[in-house]
Design a protein around this ligand. Structure first.
Ligand code: ZN
Length: 41
């Protein structure tokens, strides 16, 4: 939300996401977004 746009955060808990392979992974929620998702940060 208010975070650096280069460091996307989880839409559910606002934790910073890890970028793994082609996916963004929340430490709590698991994979939140992958590269095939139409929603992009
Ligand atoms: Zn989360």
């Amino acid at each position: 939300m208010g975070a650096d746009r280069t460091a996307p955060s989880c839409p559910m808990c606002d934790e910073p996401l890890f970028k793994r392979h082609c996916k963004y992974v929340c430490p709590t929620h698991g994979v939140v977004v992958d590269c095939s998702d139409p929603f992009t940060f």
